[in-house]
Design a protein around this ligand. Structure first.
Ligand code: FE2
Length: 253
């Protein structure tokens, strides 16, 4: 068998999907209100040799943002990933991975429109205090929005993904989880259902995560598009990056 370190991203993802215990994961995803963690979806050694060098090369392109009381951190948008680190798109666009997701969430998931900077992006927690407060990954699209996070770098004891499962379900008791996302660990959830945050990074630590977004309907109303662009400009990628693509890219409605 071919060594994992010699494989392309597509080959490694194909092998990872084929090795999953689908029935167990499907059951867990639905029992947890559309939330699932897959530890070591890709082996740490593969992520560290293939993706992490790319994530490090993108550091000069990080857009840092600070919203007092809610968010502090860095992001690299889909536009920059497309230009400078297309290897991440081999995972985002993998047909084996996408058909696994479709079966898991029981929907036909589509790639986001090309003018969505979150489609396949990177979040960097590199300075003390970097964090994001509790939120839903609200869908501004006409359909549902699903978020997938994959750990890239996790040199932190404080910076964790914290989640309150069933927060949106008054009939169920909320279940609090605190997760570390090691390189290769994957988290999959319906953005409108998971109340989540990332706790503050301590001095000298670092956490980097890849985020991928899929939707069931890529259309968005005009007001929703404007609000979504504003939020992305201030909270994530910067005015220039977001509005440059928004005014020149394809429109969905
Ligand atoms: Fe989020």
């Amino acid at each position: 068998m071919q060594s994992i370190s010699m494989m392309s991203v597509t080959e490694a993802v194909d092998q990872a999907v084929a090795a999953l215990d689908f029935d167990r994961l499907h059951k867990a995803y639905w029992e947890q209100n559309e939330f699932l963690v897959i530890k070591q979806f890709l082996p740490r050694s593969f992520v560290e040799s293939t993706f992490v060098p790319q994530a490090n090369e993108l550091k000069p392109r990080i857009n840092r943002n600070y919203i007092p009381g809610h968010k502090k951190g860095g992001s690299v948008s889909y536009y920059t990933v497309q230009e400078q680190a297309p290897l991440f798109l081999d995972l985002y666009r993998s047909s084996a991975y996408r058909s696994f997701l479709n079966r898991l969430v029981q929907a036909n998931l589509l790639l986001c429109p090309d003018d969505d900077p979150h489609s396949c992006a990177l979040y960097y927690y590199t300075e003390a205090g970097d964090h994001i407060g509790y939120h839903y990954d609200t869908s501004y699209y006409k359909g549902a929005r699903y978020t997938i996070l994959m750990g890239m770098v996790d040199r932190s004891t404080h910076c964790k993904l914290v989640c309150d499962l069933f927060k949106d379900d008054p009939a169920k008791e909320t279940q609090h989880l605190e997760l570390i996302t090691e390189p290769g660990d994957m988290v999959i959830f319906n953005g409108d259902k998971l109340w989540h945050a990332v706790t503050p990074l301590a001095e000298g630590e670092e956490r980097v995560a890849l985020t991928m977004e899929y939707v069931t309907n890529p259309e968005m109303g005009r007001f929703q598009r404007f609000y979504s662009n504003l939020k992305d400009s201030f909270a994530y990628f910067g005015l220039k990056a977001v509005f440059k693509r928004a005014f020149s890219g394809p429109r969905t409605s």
